[in-house]
Design a protein around this ligand. Structure first.
Ligand SMILES: *[C@@H]1O[C@H](CO)[C@@H](O)[C@H](O)[C@H]1NC(C)=O
Ligand SMILES: *[C@@H]1O[C@H](CO)[C@@H](O)[C@H](O)[C@H]1NC(C)=O
Ligand SMILES: *[C@@H]1O[C@H](CO)[C@@H](O)[C@H](O)[C@H]1NC(C)=O
Ligand SMILES: *[C@@H]1O[C@H](CO)[C@@H](O)[C@H](O)[C@H]1NC(C)=O
Ligand SMILES: *[C@@H]1O[C@H](CO)[C@@H](O)[C@H](O)[C@H]1NC(C)=O
Ligand SMILES: *[C@@H]1O[C@H](CO)[C@@H](O)[C@H](O)[C@H]1NC(C)=O
Ligand SMILES: *[C@@H]1O[C@H](CO)[C@@H](O)[C@H](O)[C@H]1NC(C)=O
Ligand SMILES: *[C@@H]1O[C@H](CO)[C@@H](O)[C@H](O)[C@H]1NC(C)=O
Ligand SMILES: *[C@@H]1O[C@H](CO)[C@@H](O)[C@H](O)[C@H]1NC(C)=O
Ligand SMILES: *[C@@H]1O[C@H](CO)[C@@H](O)[C@H](O)[C@H]1NC(C)=O
Ligand SMILES: [Zn+2]
Ligand SMILES: [Zn+2]
Length: 614
């Protein structure tokens, strides 16, 4: 307790405003020792217990943290090196308190930034650096399974570094055995049993939701089947001091209850800690009074904290005291909770990880600058269409500009259509680099077109596409869309869940909280666990609905002018169906479709920035 008092007595770390003063060079990926903006620390110390857990999930390559200066990005400016320093200090505090501190990750290391997506062919992405941290348990995510080569890398190179603690309870990979015969084996380990520093016995799993979008030669077993397996029943038979169930499943849906119940059937009162992920939200629920389930957001925008006080008396059946907290990962947060200052915070390991990541960014040429974005362009914080909408920028300006480059059809009027899901992340004012391009718009879709569509017809296609989407959504109450949504979900799409979460926090009291002006922007979490979860209180960002499809401005031509109808290959089937619905003069098929441009959708923002932002 002495220590807690000490922490709360420490003066607030004065925020530093760091100007580099040297404008001549490109900073975009340089290590900033301190966020260049005023950050205030959290307001209260963490609640420590006997078992304490630091949790990450869905990091998706954001290992250099969020380095833009537009809010709320600086809140998430801590990089993996900073995080490693944080973990080291926290381990030391745990040792002083003589309690256990575990580090757990719930998967999805791949896909998200230049560090995870930008490696040259044959290369390996930056998730290697995560293995340098003292993770006790890591679970596999669906993003480790879209491409066989990634899964193989996890199996051959990554899992061995975790020494039996990279868990894939229901996920296998097929590899050639000694005799060249195909053989299905777990990607990592099915379970792990170990003792904590304090000697407590832990039984651990790493479970993936019923994912169906996995690549050939990888296998995902349904959770309902896994809990019937002999190995599973064997693994949970012996009673540990607590179960640590990590896995890539959200805590409020999916199949955690199946795993929970299977364990409870054998051990009615043994403490169970569940650490989930996948839907990218902050969430917490207690399946009973001796268990807590935590999900810790996405993209290194959240570091989760959970603590548990063990029973004073063995054999107790009373409710256990848990706590949970969602930390904004930045140096101010980290220093606050570890009683350090800028000058004492960095550890050798932390520094070396940051340097290694910066070198990798250099090797991948992620700092290559296309131009300078004059302002922020966001996906769902502003209405569509509007001047600050990334979707408007992409559809109305970037696509038309980029696709007119080296294109013999550039002079023929056109309408260009793509799906709003083609944009993954906001673009912020300042340097627009290769890393930003990979982060914002990674999908390598080709552009196709159908020539000679009367302008009158072409104009109807985009609204009809969006109406069809809306119709489907209306029916969603009924079976039709539920099925579609479930299929999409099984294939790994989680944006609808994440966006619904954002919408809810804005609808709840967004206007009031923002108007009060005493809170900064960020996540506002309302989960099912007692007390307030967010470590730093925020006002939510505004949220606006977006259409499923977006398009360029309609050209100012007469209705009968023949124009080019341009679209990405990803939406070809839907577009042909709609086109054949809005007119009956001709039955359009794939035979009428031609290639429009050599450039892929993933190159559009860069080409545009080179022209318009220089
Ligand atoms: C988060 O960002 C806000 C600005 O929106 C800042 O004032 C606040 O101090 C930040 N929080 C932390 C913990 O750094
Ligand atoms: C799966 O892997 C085995 C063994 O490496 C290989 O022989 C087989 O062709 C692969 N199957 C597919 C569908 O890629
Ligand atoms: C996974 O691999 C193990 C070990 O080879 C095998 O016994 C099991 O049947 C495999 N599971 C699936 C679902 O393929
Ligand atoms: C124990 O926890 C459960 C689940 O959170 C709750 O429903 C119950 O009321 C608690 N019991 C006591 C005695 O606090
Ligand atoms: C923080 O510490 C680093 C060295 O680790 C130093 O380079 C930097 O100037 C310091 N920043 C502030 C604001 O004190
Ligand atoms: C949006 O941009 C257009 C073109 O630059 C300009 O004419 C218009 O005034 C802007 N609208 C707003 C609301 O800023
Ligand atoms: C356009 O074509 C010219 C001449 O072939 C070529 O030099 C240039 O690189 C092309 N532009 C782009 C953006 O590829
Ligand atoms: C912010 O202001 C509102 C309204 O004035 C007040 O109710 C609330 O307690 C304040 N919150 C903080 C954290 O100061
Ligand atoms: C559209 O074109 C017509 C005829 O060329 C012209 O009179 C009109 O001003 C144009 N409208 C816009 C919005 O550019
Ligand atoms: C349109 O063409 C497609 C593909 O050839 C065909 O399956 C479909 O039946 C045709 N529809 C009509 C109305 O002719
Ligand atoms: Zn994810
Ligand atoms: Zn996932």
């Amino acid at each position: 307790m002495k220590l807690l008092t000490l922490i709360s007595l420490l003066p607030f770390i004065t925020p530093a405003v760091l100007g580099c003063g040297d404008e001549g060079h490109d900073h975009s990926h340089e290590k900033r020792a301190f966020p260049p903006t005023t950050l205030t620390p959290p307001t209260r110390a963490l609640d420590w217990g006997d078992i304490n857990i630091i949790h990450t999930t869905d990091s998706h390559g954001w290992l250099l943290g969020h380095q833009k200066t537009s809010f709320p990005e600086p809140n998430y400016s801590g990089d993996l090196g900073d995080f490693a320093s944080f973990v080291s200090h926290m381990k030391q505090i745990a040792a002083e308190k003589d309690v256990d501190l575990l580090l757990v990750d719930s998967g999805d290391l791949h896909d998200g930034t230049g560090l995870s997506d930008g490696f040259p062919p044959g290369g390996v992405d930056a998730h290697e650096f995560l293995a340098k941290l003292p993770y006790d348990v890591m679970a596999i995510g669906n993003h480790e399974l879209y491409i066989y080569a990634n899964t193989l890398d996890m199996h051959q190179n990554f899992a061995p570094q975790l020494k039996g603690r990279y868990l894939s309870s229901n996920v296998n990979i097929t590899v050639a055995d000694k005799h060249g015969k195909p053989q299905s084996v777990p990607v990592g380990s099915r379970f792990a049993k170990f003792r904590t520093r304090k000697g407590r016995k832990v039984t651990s799993l790493g479970v993936l939701f019923d994912f169906t979008g996995n690549d050939k030669n990888t296998t995902v077993q349904k959770v309902a089947d896994m809990v019937k397996e002999k190995w599973f029943l064997e693994a949970i038979k012996e009673e540990p001091d607590f179960f640590l169930l990590a896995g890539h499943m959200p805590v409020q849906r999916d199949d955690w209850p199946l795993v929970f119940k299977a364990v409870r059937k054998v051990h009615p009162t043994t403490p169970i800690i569940i650490l989930g992920g996948h839907t990218h939200i902050r969430d917490c629920v207690q399946l009973d009074g001796r268990s807590m389930s935590l999900e810790s957001g996405r993209y290194m925008e959240t570091v989760g904290w959970m603590s548990m006080k063990l029973d004073e008396r063995r054999g107790s059946k009373k409710n256990i005291t848990f706590s949970r907290r969602y930390l904004d990962p930045n140096r101010v947060t980290y220093e606050f909770h570890t009683r350090t200052r800028n000058s004492t915070f960095d550890t050798f390991l932390g520094g070396s990880i940051t340097r290694g990541l910066l070198q990798l960014a250099k090797r991948f040429d992620l700092n290559f600058k296309f131009g300078t974005a004059p302002q922020d362009y966001t996906i769902d914080r502003v209405p569509y269409p509007s001047n600050n909408s990334l979707l408007s920028l992409f559809a109305a300006e970037a696509m038309p500009t980029a696709l007119s480059i080296n294109n013999t059809r550039a002079n023929i009027p056109n309408i260009m259509i793509t799906n709003s899901g083609s944009q993954r992340f906001d673009v912020y004012s300042g340097p627009f680099t290769k890393n930003d391009q990979l982060t914002a718009s990674p999908f390598a879709d080709a552009f196709l077109y159908i020539p000679n569509i009367p302008a009158k017809t072409a104009k109807q296609v985009l609204p009809a596409l969006n109406n069809a989407g809306a119709e489907n959504r209306k029916r969603s109450v009924e079976e039709a869309l539920k099925k579609r949504e479930r299929e999409a979900y099984e294939l790994g799409y989680v944006d609808m869940v994440y966006r619904k979460w954002l919408e809810e926090m804005d609808r709840r009291d967004g206007v009031e909280r923002r108007a009060a002006r005493n809170l900064t922007l960020g996540y506002v979490t309302k989960d099912s666990c007692p007390g307030v979860g967010d470590d730093t209180l925020h006002a939510p960002l505004p949220f606006f609905d977006i259409p499923d499809f977006i398009g360029s401005n309609t050209p100012n031509v007469t209705d009968d002018t023949p124009i080019d109808l341009v679209f990405v290959d990803f939406i070809q089937d839907q577009l042909l169906e709609i086109l054949n619905g809005v007119q009956t003069a001709k039955n359009f098929t794939t035979k009428d479709v031609q290639s429009y441009s050599p450039f892929l959708a993933s190159a559009v923002l860069g080409l545009f920035a080179q022209k318009a932002w220089n």
